[in-house]
Write a protein that binds this ligand. Sequence first.
Ligand code: NAD
Ligand code: ZN
Ligand code: ZN
Length: 346
Amino acid sequence: MKAYRFVAYQEPPRFEDVAVPEPGPGQVLVKIGGAGVCHSDLHVLEWPAEQNPLRPPFTLGHENAGWVERVGPGVEAFRHGDPVAVYGSWGCGACRTCRQGMENYCERQAEIPAMGGGLGLDGGMAEYMLVPSSRLLVPLRSLDPRDAAPLTDAGLTPYHAVKRSLGLLGPGATAAVVGVGGLGQMGVQILRALTAARIIAVDKDEEKLRLAKEMGADGVVRAGEGAAEEIRQATRGRGVEVVVDFVGADATLALAAKIARPQGHVTLVGLAGGTFPFGFFALPYECSLASTYWGSITELMEVIALAEQGRIDLHVERFPLDRAPDAYQRLRAGTVRGRAVIVPHG
Ligand code: NAD
Ligand code: ZN
Ligand code: ZN
């Protein structure tokens, strides 16, 4: 089968012919419905070898959903044709955090050579993908896998990031979402679905701000010089309880520090590589700064439930497999509306 693969550091991905894998004991072969195009892939493709946690070659696509094609010996919970979402962060499956469903924070991650399918192992930008254990599959019931694929990352990552701050987001609170692309647009909808907070979206792109408004943002602010002042004024000088930064550049971290209020949360999700010099006066008192990586398997089930109820809905733009290079080009140019999804079977 044809697969779109990361073959060498700092080189464009290439189409290669690879064998359809055969599921071994406990494993499942998934027929890919959709494989989402995530900005993290652009970072991975650009990072030099010495700073890159992943070793090529492997098939791209870490945001996947599809249908069970074949199960290996011993798999009882799934059968041919079942629509499934693939939980993307593959841990050891046996440590304490993995047993709690948080394979994203596996205690033995350092011993595992890859982070998941499409992140060191073969992912979903091909007709089929091998999932190493049925524990990593979540049933989809009513959702079309081609539309559901982004829930596994663009949905799950903001869901986990927002959940850590739910206690701060009661009536009267404000949350700022910085960077409203694939993840940020879901972040806005998840805040809307789970909290009573007022939502302010920040982006450098006017079109993205317009979309954020459509998705439930109460206010929008163009990134740049006056952004911090505008947000402080909108909160009568108090600042916001929560900032979720889906960019992670020096400028967005600096903005977060200026607009957060005492005892607030600044949550860093974006991998742009920015840094923030921490010191006594760098952040408002008791403001906490944390990075988050992906989310847990049970949180993925919750995200899927929200989508089934129609409370979150990401716009998906479908691309056939042979147009994967265009999809990445469009993401790099910032012209994808919602999420680009590769659909190898149409
Ligand atoms: P995207 O390209 O769809 O969206 C990025 C958005 O940020 C765009 O709307 C862009 O206009 C905006 N933006 C860029 N620079 C900006 C700036 N300086 N100020 C304000 N807005 C700016 O990307 P995505 O797929 O949504 O991913 C977002 C980030 O999250 C990426 O860095 C990605 O690697 C990262 N990510 C992290 C995790 C995690 O677990 N921590 C998971 C998935 C993705
Ligand atoms: Zn991703
Ligand atoms: Zn583990």
